[in-house]
Design a protein around this ligand. Structure first.
Ligand code: PAF
Length: 300
């Protein structure tokens, strides 16, 4: 496995595959790799001629300095996992490699569309601009590729899809299902910051989604009624502080007048033990209530 730190070396490492028309599978990450990343990397390795992973904790997408500082970093373990999974190239740059003037942010940034305004965009000002800017830089280095993103960060996926369309990157986005613990908790690098009690409390997010999905599947057409119910389930957990619960159009992320005409997604976010957690589901495949002893259920 080739591990590179410079942008030039990363781009050069993919040159042969590019020249010979080989399919490049690219998985951008911020490291602290878990089972969710593993599923993306396995697919990239399986489906492409060359698999490349980037590991970069992007300071531009953090709105809080303490959040950036506490973000887990475990490069050695991440590299071992990538090697085990058959990754060909890992790009693990220093901050100065991608942002030479840091702590001055780059002046040229990618402006995000209306999909980024609400939900996580409202919770974390500047977050999506930071995401699109770094992903655009990475896409520019990789060139034509299939890029694998998890549906766990559903709004991010929608925002990046819009960027790819608007800016014409030669990138095919591959959306991969959220990977969950048997309890229903969606895998996330942030889960590592939860103690056992907080981890148990965090399961309320998937339970809340299951409640919303059931209501929609049983014919509820008022999105406000569903989001209220989802919020109430979260609020029933004393250690969880609800940030938002919403039923949104799966493409625009705006709240529809009535459910039942277009595909929707249920979004939920809460703070547990001071850690910001998000989850979402497609209600048409998530009418399943999680209990501790039930098997893992991936949103397909
Ligand atoms: O989803 C993430 O890990 C990050 O937002 C990404 C896409 C790697 C950009 O920093």
């Amino acid at each position: 496995m080739n591990v590179v730190e410079s942008a030039r070396a990363f781009s050069d490492a993919l040159e042969d595959a590019r020249r010979t028309g080989g399919c490049i599978g690219f998985v951008p990450t911020m490291g602290a790799l878990h089972g969710g990343h593993r599923s993306l990397i396995e697919r990239a390795v399986r489906e492409c001629d060359l698999a490349a992973v980037s590991i970069f904790v992007n300071p531009l997408q953090f709105d809080r300095a303490d959040d950036l500082e506490r973000y887990p970093r475990q490069l050695a373990t991440d590299l071992e996992l990538c090697a085990d999974l058959g990754v060909d190239v890992v790009f693990a740059p220093e901050v100065s490699e991608l942002y030479p003037d840091w702590p001055q942010p780059p002046v040229t940034r990618v402006t995000v569309g209306p999909e980024a305004a609400a939900w996580e965009g409202a919770e974390r000002p500047g977050h999506f601009e930071g995401v699109t800017t770094v992903v655009a830089k990475l896409f520019a280095l990789v060139g034509r590729c299939r890029a694998y993103f998890g549906e766990k960060d559903f709004q991010q996926l929608v925002v990046i899809r819009r960027m790819v369309r608007d800016l014409g990157f030669p990138v095919e986005l591959v959306a991969c299902p959220t990977v969950r613990e048997p309890s229903g908790l969606a895998l996330s690098s942030r889960n590592g910051r939860l103690d056992a009690g907080q981890r148990a409390a965090a399961r309320v997010l998937s339970r809340a989604l299951a409640t919303g999905a059931r209501m929609i599947n049983e014919g509820q057409r008022d999105p406000a009624k569903v989001s209220d119910a989802v919020g109430k389930v979260v609020a029933s957990e004393p250690s969880a502080l609800l940030r938002y619960a919403a039923v949104v159009d799966a493409e625009t992320l705006s709240v529809p007048e009535l459910l039942g005409t277009r595909p929707v997604r249920i979004l939920v976010a809460a703070e547990v033990g001071g850690v910001h957690l998000i989850d979402n589901c497609d209600p048409s495949v998530f009418a399943h209530e999680f209990a501790a002893e039930e098997p893992a259920c991936n949103v397909a």
